[in-house]
Design a protein around this ligand. Structure first.
Ligand code: J2J
Length: 536
């Protein structure tokens, strides 16, 4: 049994192998190559986990899952935060050949249901510390609704479901059964622009290459001490080069629950962290903390700060070397594949003003006009890309794929960019119907559909509005039968079980939504209304 997905054409696959990008090794190789190492792989609070222990723990859990009857080709729904168990679980499932969706810890009922519906998981691995799983009410309903589930394991569970207990059981005679390297290893989450959150199949071959190549560019090695303060499940801190890059290089990952300065500064100092990855709003908060504190001394060990996930202004960028006292690297990536980096030896001007260039010589990136024709360098248009680690189709989404890809397999990311003569990209805007709230992505249609479930809502449109800290926040424009206050709208959405960051920051009730000549909601005009109001 194997998981269906859109493959690369044979010609491309052969080329990627011939060039040494695809090694036909499972992702589990990242860990097993260090199975005899006593170096520290993960620091999680007071816990230090060595490579040997991490390997053993992953084997134990894989063996447990195998004894419970899980088999290669099945899928798992996982929701764990920034804890060592996240990596133990990931590698255990990869060893068994069970492909996980790693939901974000901020996700709620609505997102978990949407993922479970799509992958029909055999196992759920979650956390009693998450409000949803604090008692059994949601768990029972979830297991009742998703009949594919045969097994549940929960972190911090004292009863029959204990994840820690499963990890502690020695693995007797376990043999790994990873999926073939050119098949689905796991699913990455799409930021999305559609009603249901889309899943991105990632293979061992493509993901392993993106990690190896990222390590070369970012120069991760055994001396790397990486702070993971963004959600561990997100593509950026997982693979750019992220924790998996650190593991491959036999470095050390220090876990933090959030990127706040109060939490991160002491961790950086205590564990002599030399690299981390942030989104722009976190950079602003760190700079503010340094100014209040009057010194950047706790950050003395930090050599490199990666910033990505959302637009970084040149002004904020320039403050990083000046005030944090480390080098900046801009990262423009996507869970669908393509990742661009500024290089460590690029000129300051390039690092401050561009979002870098593609990591692979075989990333094909070009800019399309509205009719899909290529534009010359310097002009702004749609980002089109394909390559050795960029996916070829969302999971079970033929209609959406027909829109998101052109006839030659180029993926249209929905970003508006320009490319300079040196091949460096500047992100200029966005065409997809998404709000980028400080790096957290909100698909407008997903929230609009939930808003329309409210008995008083006739029409709904979610648009971005400028915000000095987050870059963007969200505003819901509603046509209603009876006036609704913002608190009531947010409460209603919370009841629908949606992640907190997706709740509209502002709500505007209007008589009618402006329409374009073809009768679609004119979101440009709505954003203009917001801008005019802010000015007024
Ligand atoms: C502007 N917009 C950016 C940037 C991403 C590394 C880094 C980030 C992600 C990520 C990732 C941006 N400037 N520097 O997966 O491996 C916006 C674009 C893009 C979308 C992808 C990685 N960096 N973006 O953010 O899948 O709009 O991945 O298409 O969450 O974020 O979002 P996501």
């Amino acid at each position: 049994m194997s998981i269906p997905f859109t493959r690369w054409p044979d010609e491309a696959a052969a080329r990627y192998r011939q060039k040494g990008y695809w090694l036909d090794l499972p992702l589990t190789d990242i860990l097993t190559r260090h199975a005899d190492s006593d170096a520290t792989a993960v620091i999680d609070g007071e816990r230090r986990v060595s490579y040997r222990q991490l390997n053993q723990a992953a084997d134990n859990l894989a063996a447990h899952l195998q004894r419970q009857g899980l088999k290669r080709g099945e899928t798992a729904l996982v929701q764990l935060g920034n804890v060592a168990e996240f990596y133990i679980t990931l590698f255990a499932l990869l060893r068994l050949g069970v492909a996980p969706v790693n939901a974000l810890f901020s996700h709620q009922r609505s997102e978990l249901n949407a993922y479970a519906q799509q992958i029909e998981p055999a196992v759920l691995i979650a956390d009693r510390d998450h409000p949803l799983f604090a008692d059994d009410a949601f768990l029972n309903a979830f297991v009742g609704e998703h009949r594919s589930l045969r097994l549940v394991l929960l972190r911090h569970d004292s009863g029959d479901h204990g994840l820690e207990a499963a990890i502690a059981q020695p693995a007797a005679g376990f043999t790994a059964t990873p999926t073939p390297a050119d098949e689905v290893a796991f699913f990455q989450l799409s930021g999305g622009s559609t009603g249901t959150p889309k899943l991105i199949p990632r293979t061992h071959n493509d993901y392993y290459y993106s990690i190896r190549r990222s390590n070369e560019i970012c120069q991760f090695d055994a001396q790397t001490r990486y702070l993971c303060a963004l959600p561990a499940a997100h593509n950026y801190p997982m693979s750019s080069p992220g924790a998996l890059g650190v593991f491959l290089a036999e470095g050390c990952v220090v876990l933090a629950n959030d990127p706040s300065a109060t939490l991160c500064f002491p961790l950086i100092e205590q564990h002599q962290v030399n690299v981390t990855a942030l989104v722009p709003p976190a950079v602003s908060l760190w700079l503010q903390a340094i100014n209040e504190w009057g010194s950047n001394a706790p950050l003395r060990s930090l050599k490199l700060l990666q910033v990505g996930g959302a637009r970084l202004s040149a002004t904020l960028a320039a403050r990083i070397p000046a005030e944090i006292g480390c080098q900046l690297q801009q990262v423009f990536g996507m869970a669908e594949g393509l990742v661009n980096y500024t290089r460590l030896d690029d000129s300051p001007e390039c690092i401050l003003n561009t979002q870098g260039c593609p990591m692979s010589p075989d990333d094909e990136v070009w800019v399309a006009d509205e009719n899909g024709n290529p534009l010359p360098n310097g002009e702004v248009g749609r980002l089109m890309t394909r390559g050795p680690y960029t996916f070829r189709g969302y999971f079970r989404s033929p209609e959406h794929n027909a829109q998101a890809f052109d006839d030659n397999g180029f993926y249209c990311s929905g970003d508006l960019i320009s490319i300079d003569d040196a091949g460096y990209i500047t992100v200029q805007g966005r065409e997809k119907d998404q709000i980028n709230r400080g790096g957290e992505k909100i698909a407008a249609e997903e929230i609009e559909n939930l808003l329309l479930r409210h008995e008083s809502v006739i029409h709904a449109a979610l648009v971005s509005m400028e915000d000095s800290l987050l870059g963007e926040k969200s505003c819901a424009y509603l046509v209603v039968k009876v006036p609704l206050r913002a608190v009531a709208v947010r409460r209603f959405l919370r009841e629908q079980g949606v992640a907190e960051f997706k709740l509209p920051d502002r709500v505007e009730c209007v008589d009618a939504l402006p329409l374009t000549p073809v009768g679609k909601v004119d979101k440009k005009k709505l954003r203009q209304w917001l801008a005019d109001r802010t000015l007024a």
